[in-house]
Design a protein around this ligand. Sequence first.
Ligand code: FAD
Length: 548
Amino acid sequence: MTLSARYDQLAGLAAGVDVLVIGGGITGAGVALDAATRGYRVGLVEQADFAGGTSSRSTKLVHGGLRYLARAELGLVAEALRERGRLLHLAPHLVQPQPFLLPLYNGMARPLGLRLPPPLRGWTSPAVGLVLWGYDRLARADGLRHRRLTAAEAAAMVPALRTEGLRAAFLLYDAATDDVRLTHTVLATARRFGAVTVNYARVASLLHEQGRVAGAVVEDRLTGSSVVVRARHLVNATGVWAEEVAAMDGPPSFRLRPSKGVHLVLRREVLGTQVAVILPETEDGRIAFVVPWAERALLGTTDDPYTGPLEAPATSRQEAAYLLRHARRYLRRVEGADVVGACAGLRPLVEAGGGRVADLSREHAVVESPRGLVSVIGGKLTTYRQMAEDAVDLLARRDGGGRPCRTATLPLAGTEELDTARRALARSGLAPEQQRHLLRSYGGASLEILALGGADPVLLHPLVDGLPVVGGEVVYACREEQAVSLADVMFLRTRLSLLAEDAGEGAVERVSALMAAELGWSADERSRQRRRWEAAVERDRGALAGLA
Ligand code: FAD
């Protein structure tokens, strides 16, 4: 989309909508889709780039959460596993089964966070087996069943695994996705049903009429101008910002306790396989993961209370050291030099009494203020669809009912023409990992990227050696998905600044040139964009220099 088309969309919102969704992470995207498919006229505004908040900083798992099952949060796990099953069908290119190895070692005190009393420590393996049996049962019929492995089988499956003291292991399945692509895919699906979605558009204040919330003043952060958007319903889907937005309406009736989670991006060689590894026990009684992702391995995460600024939390050296220390307990060879990137995110957890943030539930809540603002808070990437359904059910009830939810069986954008795209990619001469990357990221829409390459073959060349991302994706992001900032394209749309060993330094000028051609940037604008990108690299990588 051109910049002027974006401005037109924002100006168009001034005509009013039925539902104004505030926040363009996965939750807001889900609400926009759900409401649009029920026939509402929907506008969604996002203050920065889509998925730029927590929804780009997850472990990228679509999962029930073994840890929550070990804590007997049966309802949460069952709901998340049901959503996992749905997403595997509704976006099969983007949400795919992921095998995990769960190794068990002698002397473990709290595998999976289970608190086994000392006399039962000899029963660790059956106890974990019971949890996994329960997980499979709750997941019902999606065919993903765990099995027990001997230590030798586990070592053969993940040669990088430490085998000293290894007693047994389990192979189990969950699902993995790309959180940013999932958010864009849900937004694209919502647009097909008429939703208007605008990024860099911030709700600065709310309007009230006759004691009810009736709209919002939306500031266009690219121009500084504002529009008033009237809406019959307003949904606050702003993650860790939800309390701040709710306060525009009156004293919020809920409290959030943001929890910070850090990931390190490692060279894939530390894992050396497509099987993810569960680090079964951390010092603070949790679990962590090493998951194959985008030709790299994602190591995470931490879970600590956070009170700093909500925009762009940074990884500290201490957090990076914590993660490396735990990875080394279970994997043979993990050096500081294997770290190519880092990112920190904030979980929007809902306050429920005292206690550690790591122990707070990941359940979601839909809260209606006395003046009618609907806030959808908490939750997980995995449960975004259910969160959206619950929020829009409330709007439908206000309107007298009769607008049933359609998203439980609605395939997401990109599922059409999947086979055609697969065949076209196979004929394209692209390397297998590029074909996989494009199909998984865009599904049927990878045909559009291939078409860009048909007109200009350079657009199908990798931007960084060893990574599958191509220039055509940058053009596609500008034309179809409202990319407007170099830093966003480097960090969110292509992830090059997370995945490339040089943070994308070698590719940034090419990306900037492609964006300049699409968006009409002047030389000054290109320099300004570059400075913003450099500042973001410094923030995200500052703690990584010289890590041991
Ligand atoms: P966000 O993605 O933060 O979106 C909220 C948006 O609102 C932001 O983009 C923000 O810019 C915008 N906004 C704020 N104020 C305004 C305003 N005034 N006007 C307009 N826009 C505004 N879940 C899983 O299911 N699987 C996992 O593997 C997983 N791993 C995780 C790992 C970590 C480290 C963390 C932190 C979370 C993880 N989660 C996981 C949880 C999951 O990522 C979050 O629950 C989810 O992404 C939250 O999405 P959201 O849309 O509610 O919030």
